[in-house]
Write a protein that binds this ligand. Structure first.
Ligand code: TZP
Ligand code: MG
Length: 230
């Protein structure tokens, strides 16, 4: 299949994932300025090697910053802490709580997203079970996480041509390389280092992603309308 982003899709949006280690108080300022710099749909609090109290404290500090801006804040891996802290949902990997346990913990109205690597089978299973999004990756090399799968933009094309459940693209995504993923049908572009490690700061990065995502969405619409070559 070679078609591009379906024309009736909503605009692709940015999905921020926190660095694995943060000091929540100074990070709150970075997050505020990032969220004020452009369109962000969701923030995933992804703390590695943090104890439960540290996750609770970070969630308590960051939740109001996201929620007062209409941005969802979800926790990585921990449905129990997501429910306890009043987060908007949880993102689970294939080796974390399974979908049903996650849904039972956070409730019907919360967001449950599921990592599906580059597996169409895993994504269909998650979608059938009721996941709010499926995440594919890693699309590019990344030093943020050790990844065993390399995803192909064709998977985004295939998924978004067949299913209404949103898909997230993740892994090594930058302002310069996000365009083909947006054009292939990603609903969300998930990013860690290209935002938090941007040399001019996270706000500059979010503004530049916003522009790049908007341009790629417009290009996909033009192509679908037959105004631009593939
Ligand atoms: N899951 C798959 S790749 C990845 C995660 C959490 C890391 C994404 O980080 P970056 O810095 O945007 O490549
Ligand atoms: Mg996990």
């Amino acid at each position: 299949m070679n078609s591009d982003r379906p024309v009736n899709k909503e605009r692709c949006r940015l999905y921020l994932i926190t660095p694995a280690r943060i000091d929540p108080v100074p990070f709150a300022d970075d997050l505020s300025s990032a969220l004020d710099a452009g369109d962000v749909a969701c923030v995933q609090l992804r703390l590695k090697d943090a104890d439960d109290d540290a996750v609770r404290r970070a969630a308590e500090t960051l939740l109001p910053i996201a929620q007062t801006r209409g941005v969802a804040l979800i926790l990585n891996d921990r449905p129990d802490l997501a429910a306890e802290t009043g987060a908007d949902g949880v993102h689970v990997g294939q080796h974390d709580a399974d979908y049903r346990m996650a849904r039972a913990a956070v409730g019907a109205d919360a967001i449950v997203g599921v990592t599906c690597h580059d597996s169409r089978d895993l994504a269909m299973r998650a979608g059938e079970q009721g996941a709010d999004y499926v995440a594919f990756g890693a699309f590019f090399p990344t030093s943020t996480k050790e990844t065993k799968t390399r995803a192909d933009p064709e998977t985004l094309r295939w998924w978004s041509g067949l299913f209404v459940v949103p898909c997230v693209a993740i892994g090594g995504i930058t302002i310069g390389n996000c365009g083909p993923l947006v054009r292939a049908g990603a609903d969300f572009i998930a990013v860690v280092s290209a935002v938090w490690d941007h040399p001019e700061g996270p706000a500059t990065a979010v503004a530049a992603f916003d522009k790049a995502i908007g341009q790629a969405t417009d290009e996909a619409a033009d192509r679908a309308a037959g105004h631009a070559p593939d």
